[in-house]
Write a protein that binds this ligand. Structure first.
Ligand SMILES: NC(=O)c1ccc[n+]([C@@H]2O[C@H](COP(=O)([O-])OP(=O)(O)OC[C@H]3O[C@@H](n4cnc5c(N)ncnc54)[C@H](O)[C@@H]3O)[C@@H](O)[C@H]2O)c1
Ligand SMILES: [Zn+2]
Length: 478
């Protein structure tokens, strides 16, 4: 069983055939998720003090495998979780497979035999000297890779998602029974509206693992201590059970918080159904409920044992809710410096989820650079406060906030204007400005904001109050 904390404490081990590109992708993955990288294959080779080919000739493959296994297992025993690129054949050894099961999240980097051959052909690798033998070995190993892998990746975004235990896959809801890790009982928690549309499919997919079903109130009502208290009292799960949350960000935030504290923490699996939840709320392990004093004031960091993103679920999402999500998609694209908003749904979700997952893996407890995810949000929260939390949606407010952030960054505002088409809103100017100054980022007569620089997003950038006020005023009508 993958307990929540274990997802972050495990090594990420890349396995795959010779020529799959494990070293290159491993180094990039390590950079993306902020972990040290070790190329174990290369380390083994250097430690031989001779080429693999001459070692094979002198001592035989057995002796090489013994050294390779010892090095791999010792790297896996290291307590600092890293990204490890393993040798192609090392998984043929059971002690290595056992260490992987215990210490790592194992990702298979897929490659077809022709591509692999073209990359290693002509090298000195002893097992890549003759094409027919190479392909035969490929066929022989393929099932073994599948057996050890927790996930399969084609590129670095896939690998980031796998490292965060996020599955983005059309039809995933139908495989929920397999995707919820372990084999213990599952409590399904959903919002009544979503339960009416997708609840039956989720129940069928969970099959015999489904032990109980619960509903939270719709919308922000779910994110109250009263609603979570009711859920806690209804739950019958023991410590080995998993809470699965089916719904938008309100459902996943509340059910995730319920899971974080119930029996001092049980595993949970969000199945986000809104665009906001698929690209944002259900990724990164933040859970919370609201207090009368403000939103998200009581919560916990509780990383899901898996997040199941099924793009097909968006087909029933109302257009207005889709627009809410597009504001976060545009935010993500601006941070990633790629027009992710132009991609077709499946790819848009995969890329946006991977971007957020990587930032959260680098800063799981929100102590530093995770702050970049607040791009446009200081303005947005001020506008929402200025509207007394009625009449302006979060998505509208974020669209306007992004506009202000881009203007202050001296960046092109076209993506926001073309995709989100924000128009100034009628809110109380003074109330909005007060909210903006109350924000914890205020220092003296400067405000600390997230802005976009030439080489990417920067957080805690000091901006003179007068300039910020000027931009806030431009977002307000009348
Ligand atoms: N934890 C985080 O990191 C994080 C990040 C961003 C937002 N959030 C939170 O997320 C919440 C907003 O999430 P939301 O916008 O998803 O709100 P929501 O959960 O209220 O869902 C929006 C509406 O869409 C409906 N809906 C959802 N999926 C549907 C589907 N597939 N088909 C038809 N209808 C569907 C819901 O019933 C609801 O009426 C806020 O409370 C916010 O604070 C959390
Ligand atoms: Zn937001």
């Amino acid at each position: 069983m993958r307990r929540a904390a274990e997802v972050l404490a495990r090594h990420v081990a890349l396995v795959g055939f010779m020529g799959a590109g494990k070293s290159t992708l491993g180094a990039e993955l390590a950079r993306r998720i902020g972990r040290p990288f070790r190329d174990i294959d290369r380390e083994v080779e250097l430690a031989l003090n001779t080429s693999i080919a001459s070692f094979f000739a002198a001592e035989g493959e057995q002796a090489f495998r013994a050294r390779e296994a010892a090095r791999t297992i010792s790297a896996l025993r290291d307590d600092t979780p890293g990204v490890l690129a393993l040798g192609g054949g090392v998984i043929t050894q059971e002690p290595v497979r056992a260490a992987l099961r215990e210490r790592a999240l194992t990702i298979l980097l897929e490659v077809d035999p022709a591509t692999a051959w073209s990359r290693v052909e002509g090298s000195e690798r002893p097992l890549a000297q003759e094409r027919a033998a190479f392909v035969a070995l490929y066929d022989q190993r393929a099932p073994l890779y599948r057996q050890v892998a927790d996930a399969v990746a084609r590129d670095v975004d896939d690998a980031v998602l796998a490292a965060a235990m996020v599955s983005v896959e059309r039809g995933a809801l139908g495989r929920l029974g397999e995707l919820v890790p372990g084999d213990g009982p599952v409590a399904l928690v959903s919002d009544p509206h979503v339960a009416g549309i997708h609840g039956m499919d989720a129940q069928l997919a969970l099959g015999a693992r489904l032990s109980e079903t619960h509903e939270l109130p719709p919308g922000e009502e779910a994110k109250t201590l009263a609603a979570v208290d009711r859920l806690w009292q209804e739950l019958r799960l023991d410590r080995h059970g998993t809470i699965t949350a089916l719904g938008g960000g309100c459902t996943t935030d509340a059910a995730g918080f319920a899971a974080a504290a119930y029996l001092r923490g049980v595993d949970w699996v969000p199945v986000p159904t809104s665009l906001v939840a698929q690209v944002d709320a259900a990724i990164g392990g933040k859970t919370a409920v609201d207090l009368p004093q403000g939103k998200n004031l009581v919560g916990a960091f509780h990383w899901p044992v898996r997040t199941v993103v099924d793009p097909g679920l968006l087909e029933t999402l109302p257009e207005a809710q889709r627009r809410e999500g597009m504001a976060e998609v545009v935010k993500t694209g601006l941070l990633a410096r790629e027009p992710l908003w132009d991609l077709p749904d499946d790819e848009l979700l995969r890329r946006c989820a991977a971007f957020k997952a990587a930032v959260c893996l680098r800063d799981p407890l929100d102590r530093g650079e995770r702050a970049i995810l607040n791009l446009g949000h200081t303005f947005a929260h001020a506008l929402e406060a200025g509207a007394r939390y009625a009449g302006v949606t979060h998505g509208q407010a974020v669209a306007l906030g992004l506009l202000a952030a881009l203007r202050l960054s001296g960046a092109d505002t076209a993506p926001v204007e073309d995709i989100l088409r924000p128009t100034p809103v009628r809110v109380d100017r003074e109330l909005a400005w007060q909210a903006m100054q109350r924000d914890k980022k205020t220092v003296g007569d400067e405000l600390r904001l997230v802005l976009l620089g030439d080489d990417g997003p920067r957080w805690d950038v000091a901006v003179p109050a007068a300039e910020v006020r000027g931009e806030l005023d431009r977002l307000i009508a009348g």
